[in-house]
Each structure stands twice: as structure tokens, then as C-alpha cells.
Design a protein around this ligand. Structure first.
Ligand SMILES: Cc1cc2nc3c(=O)[nH]c(=O)nc-3n(C[C@H](O)[C@H](O)[C@H](O)COP(=O)(O)OP(=O)(O)OC[C@H]3O[C@@H](n4cnc5c(N)ncnc54)[C@H](O)[C@@H]3O)c2cc1C
Length: 452
């Protein structure tokens, strides 16, 4: 395992988390404001400067039941913070959000209430009001161009995918914000930094790729109506007792890191969401009848844990497959290792204790059985690492300002800079670090261009 210093502290980042949450209309309940523990929030969180901009989303039945049970078991439930406005809200930039309608169509859909803190509600309309801003759609960047010294970039090559025409766009400063995978891919395609070699452990670009994992079980209650279609992306109750809780003794289960446990329904879509108890036929009339019956009567409890980096999981350029531009695709080499397995076994045990305590009529238990990773079905999009941040060019691709050590006018913004993954979802940290980097560019770099 290769855990390394990020080079940045929580205290440095906290004001930027606060800014991001205010811009993205995050609803939640603080558990620690300036060192004072707050009832109803996460008691294990680091000190925040203030409350979330909006109160938490409403409890739905499954999150209420999970909260009551976990509290009885001595854990500390709190509502999951979510970039989804629980009330009508105007953010500091003047963007107006409607209140969430709990329609259940959050993930993978546009929000008809304009309640989601997506970029088209937040930063893009504000930027478009600036006379010096231009949004070019259908532009696919294929390469970052370096100058002859190799120490600066001079712009990007991009193709208009509707016409096939290729352009060179000169630039004094390049910010790569193309998502974790694409940022790493573009670094490899552009020949910036030394690619990671798993055989020798040498090289930086592609190393410390990390993903996440989890276990879970379903509970079925005769006579309860969970109405899972009435929900939002973050209508969950969560416990952090096995992650942020430093008192939790990991020595006996023998793992590093940890996991959160949560319950609630989000985007329980009528076709995609079909929980059935064990023993139900997997097709045909009886399966159909069971899916109709249990749609209303089921809820789940799941864990989520961050995979920690190791020398075996990495990203590089594929040697066989190419994209539409004739460039090598990015290749992902990944599997779960013993640490994930041990976390899974512990998590399954806790989930199963909670299922028993909730006493459902039927249940499918969580399993900690050893398993290999597979890329179907969809699990999460919490991909991190590949161009990690750190304290020296020898251990990282970027410094604490997400600035490339190799080319000082290139900044890489995204979860690709995380040296390791978290049990929590990445976007809050991606957003906070984007503001931190923008601030550093504006107030430090532009005054004296060079390595910060
Ligand atoms: C179904 C789903 C559910 C998710 N749920 C959660 C969640 O609950 N919580 C959470 O924290 N995160 C969640 N995520 C992850 C979250 O979406 C990402 O962490 C976040 O969007 C990353 O932001 P980003 O700005 O780095 O990249 P993105 O939001 O992906 O933006 C990158 C942009 O760059 C563009 N781009 C890429 N390559 C190129 C190129 N070569 N040239 C030009 N443009 C390019 C893309 O088109 C895109 O517009 C979810 C993701 C999915 C898909």
C-alpha cells in the first residue's frame, strides 16, 4: 500500500468546501461547527466554519427506520449532505434554485425543479455573462501541446466532432478539467510526466488509481409502503462510526481505511429497481409478480469504502485498442485486494446485525465473500488517482495547487489528483479543490507565473 501526504491540510481547504457548498446548494446538517459538536450531524466530521447553506432533505421511511435502528445500536446517524436544494435558494452568485420535489429522477436526469447543483445551474450561466468567456461545444481535446523546452504548455489540439476539423488553440494557461480518467489519459497522450511502470514502481502518471467498493443487503417488510419513487439523490441516512471515527479499532478486523453505512432510496426507477427476496425465480411470471409486490416493500442497507492505492492498480495506454481519433485508449488494470476483502467481511457483519435488528419478514443478507472486480454492472463513478498530488516531483504529478510539476502553466483539476480514495463520494472535494486552485491562480500564479 502506498499512502502519501497530500501536501495540503483540511484547514487550508475548509473555506473552499464552504464556498463550494454555498454555490452548489448543498443541503445537510453540520456535526461540528468550529469544534462544537452539533446534535443530528456527523459527530466524527472535521470542524466546519458554519452550517450547510440549506437544511437537510426530508427523511423518507427507509432512512427513518435505518436512523432509529442505528441509534438504538449505539451508532450516530445523520442525513447525507446532498447538492440538492431542500428549499428555494439563491446562491452567492445569484443562481436561483427551486426546492426539491422528491420526484426520484435525480441521477442520470435533468431536474425539472432546478434543485440540483449541476454546473448548468451554477458556474456556466455566470461565466457566460462575462464578455471574455466563450463556450465551444462539440470540441474534443486530443492533446496538450508543450513548447520546445518541455517546461511549459502552449495550448491544446482539439477536434470539432461535428465537422472533423482539427484546431490548435494557443493558451497562456491550460486547466484540464476533463474528469479523472480523461485528465490522466490526456497527460499520457501528451507525453507529460513519466508513465508509471508497475514492474519497477518507477514513474508517476497512471499510479495510485483507486476506486470504491461496498456490500449490502435487502430487507422486505409485508405491509409497509416505502414509496421509493418519492425520493431524491441523497435521501439517505448515514453512519460514519466505521470511517471518520478514529476510536474505531481496526486492528482486530485488520484493515486500513474504513466504510460508511447508509440506507434510503435514491432514484428507485420503475424499470431499473426490482428487488426480490432470495428464492424468487430469476425470470418469468412469478418473477414479474414478485417485482411488482416487492417494489413497495423493500429497502436496503449498504456500505461504501474507498479502495486504497497499491502498486498493482494503475492506468496506462492500451496497446491494442484505439479511439475515434486513432489514439490509444486508456487501459485500467484493477482488482480488489485483501484490504478491501477484510473491510467487506467486517461491513457485511455490521449490515447483517442491523438487518436482524430491524426484523424484516424476509431479507437477503450482505456477503463479505472474496470477489474479483468486474466492470458490469454500474457500481459507482468514484474514480481517483493517476496524476496524484504530493510534496515533491519525485512522489507526485502535481503540487498542492493541482499545478503540474513538469509544466508550471498546466493545472489538473479533478479526482485524478487524489493520492487515495475516500469512503465518501468525491465531488465535494473536487469542487473545493477547484476553488482553491482558482484562487491560487488568480492571487498567486498570475502575479508571478512559475511553480507555486
Ligand atoms: C450516475 C452517476 C452518479 C454519481 N453520483 C455521485 C454522487 O452521488 N456523489 C458524488 O460525489 N459524485 C457522484 N458521481 C461522480 C461525479 O459526477 C463526478 O465526481 C464529478 O462529475 C466530477 O467532476 P469533474 O468536473 O471532474 O468531471 P465531469 O463532471 O465529468 O466534467 C468533465 C467534462 O469534461 C468534458 N471532457 C472530457 N474529456 C474531454 C476532452 N478530451 N475534450 C473536451 N472535453 C472533455 C466532459 O464532456 C465533461 O463535460 C456520479 C457520477 C455518475 C455518472
Amino acid at each position: 500500500m502506498t499512502i502519501q501526504d497530500w501536501g495540503i491540510t483540511y484547514a487550508e481547504l475548509e473555506p473552499y468546501y464552504d464556498k463550494f457548498e454555498k454555490v452548489a446548494a448543498v443541503s445537510g446538517k453540520a456535526g461540528n461547527i468550529q469544534g462544537q459538536k452539533k446534535t443530528g450531524g456527523n459527530p466524527f466530521e472535521a470542524p466546519r466554519s458554519g452550517e450547510y447553506p440549506l437544511p437537510p432533505l426530508k427523511h423518507i421511511l427507509s432512512s427513518k427506520l435505518f436512523g432509529e435502528t442505528s441509534q438504538k445500536m449505539g451508532y450516530n446517524p445523520f442525513p447525507r449532505p446532498s447538492a440538492n436544494a431542500s428549499q428555494a435558494y439563491t446562491n452567492p452568485d445569484g443562481s436561483k434554485f427551486g426546492a426539491c420535489q422528491y420526484c426520484g429522477y435525480c441521477q442520470r436526469f435533468g431536474c425539472e425543479a432546478n434543485a440540483k447543483g449541476s454546473p448548468h445551474m451554477t458556474v456556466i450561466p455566470i461565466a457566460m455573462k462575462k464578455p471574455n468567456f466563450e463556450l465551444r461545444t462539440h470540441a474534443w481535446v486530443t492533446k496538450i501541446i508543450k513548447d520546445s523546452s518541455g517546461k511549459k504548455v502552449t495550448g491544446v489540439l482539439y477536434t470539432n466532432v461535428t465537422t472533423g476539423e482539427e484546431y490548435e488553440q494557443p493558451a497562456a494557461l491550460v486547466l484540464m478539467c476533463a474528469y479523472a480518467f480523461n485528465n490522466v489519459h490526456l497527460m499520457l497522450l501528451s507525453g507529460i510526466g513519466e508513465p508509471y511502470d508497475p514492474a519497477t514502481g518507477k514513474g508517476i502518471i497512471g499510479k495510485n488509481y483507486a476506486y470504491d467498493t461496498g456490500v449490502g443487503g435487502n430487507l422486505f417488510f409485508e405491509g409497509k409502503n416505502f414509496n421509493p419513487f418519492i425520493s431524491a439523490g441523497g435521501t439517505n441516512t448515514v453512519i460514519d462510526d466505521f470511517y471518520g471515527n478514529w476510536e474505531f479499532d481496526r486492528s482486530k478486523p485488520n484493515f486500513v481505511g474504513g466504510y460508511i453505512v447508509s440506507s434510503g432510496h435514491n432514484t428507485a426507477l420503475p424499470i431499473g429497481y426490482r428487488p426480490v427476496p432470495p428464492g424468487t425465480p430469476s425470470w418469468g411470471k412469478d418473477w414479474k409478480a414478485a417485482t411488482a409486490k416487492y417494489y413497495q416493500q423493500a429497502m436496503s442497507i449498504t456500505t461504501r469504502s474507498g479502495v486504497l492505492p497499491n502498486r498493482y492498480n494503475y492506468l496506462d495506454l492500451d496497446t491494442s485498442y484505439k479511439n475515434a481519433f486513432g489514439q490509444p485508449l486508456m487501459r485500467l488494470t484493477f482488482d480488489f485486494k485483501d484490504n478491501e476483502h477484510r473491510m467487506g467481511m467486517h461491513g457485511a457483519d455490521i449490515v447483517n446485525q442491523m438487518i436482524s435488528a430491524m426484523n424484516p419478514n424476509k431479507s437477503s443478507k450482505a456477503s463479505g465473500a472474496k470477489r474479483n472486480w468486474g466492470f458490469t454492472p454500474y457500481q459507482s463513478t468514484h474514480n481517483t488517482g493517476g496524476t496524484i498530488m504530493g510534496t515533491t516531483p519525485g512522489n507526485s504529478a502535481v503540487n498542492k495547487y493541482q499545478q503540474s510539476w513538469d509544466c508550471h502553466n498546466l493545472f489538473l483539476v479533478g479526482a485524478n489528483v487524489f493520492p487515495h480514495n475516500s469512503a465518501y463520494q468525491p465531488t465535494g472535494l473536487v469542487g473545493a479543490m477547484a476553488y482553491w486552485t482558482a484562487d491560487a491562480i488568480k492571487n498567486k500564479y498570475l502575479k508571478n507565473p512559475g511553480l507555486l
